[in-house]
Design a protein around this ligand. Structure first.
Ligand SMILES: Cc1cc2nc3c(=O)[nH]c(=O)nc-3n(C[C@H](O)[C@H](O)[C@H](O)COP(=O)(O)OP(=O)(O)OC[C@H]3O[C@@H](n4cnc5c(N)ncnc54)[C@H](O)[C@@H]3O)c2cc1C
Length: 303
């Protein structure tokens, strides 16, 4: 049986790895992607509430981490496909992207630092429209819709930030919020109030997406029957936790996050969680790194 396996090369995994190294605890560390950094690759603005970033964006921070000592020993392109609890320990299937082969090994402890991914969203008419009127990233795809009418779905930071970005590109913007209020941080809410090009529709959902003549939309239909003549619809409706297949299923919270105690231990012996995968409340770098450090210290003290 092998010892300790750390899964994920985002900030949680990097924090856990650094502490294990400092305490001289041996571990193996894998990352499914071909690069470290995880969600940082989706952060194009200067990181807020993270002075350690020195005013850099997440993308810039990830680039600086990639070749640094922080990632020493990280095997990229190696995904944990499944975990099974057995009498002898945690049996883990590791899939390497280079060969697509799955190899099996048994570990006494596994720390899942597997983060979250943007939530999937479907509405009638949406199938097949991704990249053709239906978009996730205002940063990557916003320029394609400059000066046009667009809608953004969601009420959190990512949605409001996206609406502001599109308004700055000369767009008329509708922000479609399912609930009665925004969940975004005050700094975004204040900026929104000062941007007349953005109109907010509360208590609404997009019921249908209508295709346009080329690679854009002609309109979207809201749940209250209103039709908005938009060329693009940006979907920013939150994230879901990322977990490999685990047997038997460990305890999850109501939103599907891995339930862990204050040491990061899940309901399955030997299975730990660190970072965003453990709770919707752990969603910023400060919380991610503090929680991950606590988990690593608990593991070191029992090592
Ligand atoms: C658009 C956006 C803007 C943000 N802005 C800010 C900000 O201004 N300030 C701030 O403090 N925070 C911000 N955040 C949040 C911050 O980036 C995250 O909280 C943090 O990066 C999450 O780290 P993590 O390690 O928990 O998860 P992740 O970064 O998601 O890392 C998880 C890693 O695990 C890997 N993985 C997943 N499954 C497997 C598997 N089965 N096998 C192997 N590897 C696997 C993934 O490929 C990924 O690399 C922002 C996030 C986003 C998306």
């Amino acid at each position: 049986m092998s010892g300790l396996l750390v899964v994920g090369g985002g900030m949680a995994g990097i924090t856990v790895a650094a502490e294990l190294r400092r305490a001289d605890v041996a571990f193996t560390w894998v990352e499914a992607d071909s690069r470290a950094g995880g969600a940082l690759h989706r952060v194009f603005n200067p990181l807020f509430g993270w002075p350690e970033g020195g005013g850099r964006s997440g993308v810039e921070l990830a680039a600086s981490i990639e070749d640094s000592e922080d990632c020493a020993g990280l095997e990229r392109g190696c995904k944990v496909a499944s975990i099974e609890a057995t009498a002898g320990g945690l049996r883990v299937g590791l899939e390497r992207s280079a060969t697509a082969e799955v190899t099996w090994s048994v570990w006494s402890r596994v720390v899942l630092c597997t983060g979250t991914r943007p939530r999937r969203w479907e509405a009638p008419g949406a199938a097949g429209r991704w990249g053709r009127g239906l978009e996730l990233s205002t940063y990557g795809r916003g320029a394609h819709y400059a000066g046009e009418a667009v809608a953004v779905v969601g009420g959190g930071d990512a949605a409001v930030e996206g609406a502001l970005r599109m308004a700055a590109k000369g767009c008329t913007v509708w922000l479609i919020v399912r609930g009665p209020a925004l969940r975004a941080s005050p700094r975004f809410v204040e900026a929104l109030a000062a941007t007349p090009a953005i109109e907010v529709r509360f208590g609404c959902e997009v019921n249908e997406v209508i295709a346009g003549s080329q690679d854009k939309l002609s309109e979207v239909v809201l749940s209250d029957g209103e039709r908005l003549p938009v060329r693009g619809l940006f979907v920013r409706v939150g994230v879901d936790p990322v977990l490999p297949s685990i047997t038997p299923a460990p305890a999850l919270d109501a939103r599907g996050y891995l339930r862990v105690d204050h040491t990061g231990l899940s309901s399955m012996a030997g299975l730990y969680g660190a970072g965003e995968v453990t709770s919707a409340e752990v969603s910023q770098l400060r919380e991610v790194t503090e929680q991950a450090l606590r988990v690593a210290r608990a593991i070191c003290s029992g090592a």
